[in-house]
Design a protein around this ligand. Structure first.
Ligand SMILES: Nc1ncnc2c1ncn2[C@@H]1O[C@H](COP(=O)(O)OP(=O)(O)OP(=O)(O)O)[C@@H](O)[C@H]1O
Ligand SMILES: [Mg+2]
Length: 226
């Protein structure tokens, strides 16, 4: 599903080169649940942006679902992203003036799905994450855990094969974070491929496999839990 080989990414800032990713190679198979764990500044978000086709590598090859992304235009990357990947971020990234239902409908608007079907699918996605009774609430009227569940529903609504989550429990207390992790486990059991980025070993331990990243390099496989 995800195949990376020899990926490099540099940022240029004020004449200085920051090597954010160095020779990164790894694969994630369809249906796997993989954690990528590393300290702050190790390159996790940079890697997530490339996996999610939000940014492109300087060199190396990245294949997503068999498609080589390196020759793609911005528009083609956006299409690939919209059909294959659902994103979840630490800060939820919901639109404050929209209610839960409208936030979840957004990816379907970009896909040109009609209003009635949009509404129905958004309601289904919110039910899956246990928020059937909070559809008309705006983000400011929801708890942090509920906001993250809305974000998960939004990530699911277009039925992507891959869920890509960057520190999804970083803004949540331990027990609310555990509830979010339960949802990921359920989604994985139903066949979704999950890539979870974290600096927290307890969170990473819940994945099937974890890869460590230090100074932009993927290390050995830190553990094989299952
Ligand atoms: N747009 C940018 N311009 C310049 N340098 C950047 C940029 N984005 C990231 N970097 C640098 O690249 C390195 C990797 O950053 P990245 O955001 O991928 O780290 P991270 O592992 O996600 O960290 P955190 O856990 O704090 O989110 C860091 O040294 C960072 O300062
Ligand atoms: Mg980060």
């Amino acid at each position: 599903m995800i195949k990376m080989e020899g990926i490099n990414k540099c940022y240029r800032l004020g004449g200085e080169n920051i090597h954010a990713l160095s020779d990164v190679s790894f694969n994630v198979a369809d249906g796997e649940y993989v954690a990528i764990i590393g300290p702050s500044g190790s390159g996790k978000s940079t890697l997530m942006n490339i996996i999610g086709c939000l940014d492109v590598q300087d060199s190396g090859s990245y294949k997503l679902a068999g498609t080589d992304t390196s020759k793609f235009s911005g528009r083609q990357l956006a299409k690939l992203r919209n059909t294959h990947i659902g994103f979840i971020f630490q800060g939820f990234n919901l639109l404050g003036r929209l209610n839960a239902l409208e936030n979840v409908e957004l990816p379907l608007i970009y896909q040109g799905v009609r209003r009635k079907q949009r509404r129905q699918r958004a309601e289904e996605a919110l039910s899956i994450v246990g928020l059937a009774d909070r559809m008309k609430h705006r983000p400011s009227q929801l708890s942090g855990g509920q906001q993250q569940r809305v974000a998960i529903a939004r990530a699911l609504v277009a039925n992507p094969q891959i869920i890509l989550a960057d520190e999804p429990t970083g803004n949540l207390d331990t027990s609310t974070g555990a509830e979010i992790m339960d949802i990921f486990e359920k989604l994985n059991a139903e066949g979704k491929t999950i890539v979870l980025i974290t600096h927290d070993t307890n969170i990473a331990a819940r994945a099937q496999r974890s890869l460590s990243i230090v100074d932009g390099r993927i290390g050995f496989e830190a553990q094989e839990v299952m």
